[in-house]
Design a protein around this ligand. Sequence first.
Ligand code: ZN
Ligand code: ZN
Ligand code: FE
Length: 752
Amino acid sequence: MTIRRRIELQGVVQGVGFRPFVYRTALRYGINGRVWNSSEGVFIEVEAATNQIDCFLQTLQSELPPLARIDHLAVSEQSPVGTRNFEIDTSQTIPGQFALVPPDIATCPECLADFTDPANRRFHYPFTNCTNCGPRYSIIRDVPYDRPFTTMADFPMCPACEAEYTDPLNRRFHAEPNACPDCGPSLELDGESTGDLPARARELLHAGKILAVKGLGGFHLACDATSEAAVALLRERKRRSGKAFAVMARCAEVADRLCLVGDAERQLLEDPRRPVVLLPSRPDNGVAPSVAPGQNRLGVMLPYTPLHHLLFDDSLTTLVMTSGNMAEEPIVSRNDEARPRLHTLADHFLLHNRPIQTRVDDSVVQLFEGRPYPVRRSRGYAPEPIALQHPMAEILACGGELKNTFCLTKDRYAILSQHIGDLENLETMAFFRETLAHLQRFFRVKPVAVAHDLHPNYLGTRFALQESGLPPIGVQHHHAHIASCMADNGIDGNVIGVALDGTGYGTDGNIWGGEFLVCDFLEFERAGHLACMPLAGGDSAVRQPWRSAMAYLRATFGSVAPIPGLPVFRDVPAKQIQVVGTMLEKGLNTIPTSSCGRLFDAVASLLGLRHETTYEGQAAIELEMMTSNASGTYDFDIVGRDPFQIDMRPTIAGIVREMRMGVPPGDISARFHSTVAHVAAEGCKHIREAHGLNRVCLSGGTFQNLRLLGQTSELLRHADFELFTHLRVPTNDGGLALGQAVIASHRLRNTG
Ligand code: ZN
Ligand code: ZN
Ligand code: FE
């Protein structure tokens, strides 16, 4: 007997070759019906005998395409209508609802097989892709996601590609960027477009040259990572920054020679989203010292486009692959801006003619307790919507200033932008606006309110207040961090929030950053914080850890008089110290801060590790890197209540005492890390006693420090707290917008 059933599927079922898979499976069991996409997921109607449909349903779940995942499957009965074939309905326009905007995906194993097979028509073709892989978000001009609305519209398909594209049984059925050497994009090296260009590019890399290479979401600057001369030159040309460069390893085996790669690490390296993975370096791994100065870890990724595979050979297995940009500007993506903006950085230009519509930087992920812990959520992840526990009003959240991302909400989803960068200049602000316009159109979001940080001078705040034209909702920085962690974990209600970071504007106008909150999605109470220190010299103090050291020394010992055995008094001119001493004494040009970042800065300077920084968080990162396995902690006091304050002066006194005794700085750093972990745990115990809360969320940029995160987690679990750390969005300001959006949505609901 013939029956008809309707199947509704949710999960990762769109843009991953799911409909062709359904089609093939239907043919296999001789089933009639149709399959189509909607904003709600994939729908299938099938008409056949019961046992056929049972087999069909079973196969659907057991033989999924590589990137697909079914989260929810519902089956309902319908009356048979006598359908005689099986069809894929390719229309994807769903007015007013969600459209499909998949992220960019690394070359799949099958495409790589095509690419490496000399008999295949795509042998060594740098733009090979299929429905399971290739560019998506970066080439989409408009929705629905269909070839005419991508930057591939300029490349009419040849008959062979067209045949693949229209054959539901083919892996390239509706692969929008489908292409081959006859009809698709092509390379260009320094204006030349003929000959073996990848071979010439490899020769140049071998010769120590720096190449600007156009990739998936923007330009990279590439050079041989084992050549100190090449890497040092690149570092010099990029100026200003001591930030580590990411490297690309030819394959997982090479990555394993560079770094310690366990199963979880390997899985993450080979993830189709291909993030940069921060891994512990092996000693003497051959990587030039200038790649990651002062660090004992390395950011490693594997090739994710066919072109990348062509940049390596047997003696060229590790390349520096850093964003093609100057200092803090957004990544370069257009051919016509490459030369003007990168000519002082690159010796040669390897371009292609497939336009990049949307710039997307590489994502960066760490591993914490064996699972991914995002540092930068960008290519491969954005703009995949993040599922939330509640339906939300449509909100735009502008995020923070550094490592900016913004967030749009719709229904039960948060759409977090790719990494925009530091909103400190016009170029980055232009990138923000451009990406916002894109994502609003793609996801059909019409925000009813705009959430922003309380800092009046952030460009994101100004955008919200002066430009967006929407009712503004200000959200305190650390409240947003904790709400972000809550939403990330799908929890609701009251929690204890420990938000440790460098800088966040407080409701009292001071700079906060060592915060213990009691909060929910609506409100927060500042339950405690690190005792405030005066930061002398405003913004310049952030780049000069020695100023924080002086503030802590003065607070601890009553003056900034030289202390024998402390390198800071040798390294920093006495005159400068005197000036700062006077400022601290008279309260001139100082601002009180409870920042945890400045505490790390102070300790880094006291240990003689670093008195000046070139990028945010540098001192803290280097402090983490130098820790030994020494045990022990320093003293601290918790004083007062509502809010309680954590007095770190005993810790500073302990550190100074040990420095004077000649204790190795690595041991001091280890004890300092343990101390901060104890500070976090003791603060939580205080709050538990007063409020009866047992759930703790850890957030803020300082928790990128895995040693601190690990020790804090251990202490909290040991004290029977229920612990939540970030899973899908970064703990740093890159995750801030999610928290802002959720809070704003709750406030709207509460007032309206
Ligand atoms: Zn593929
Ligand atoms: Zn073709
Ligand atoms: Fe922050």
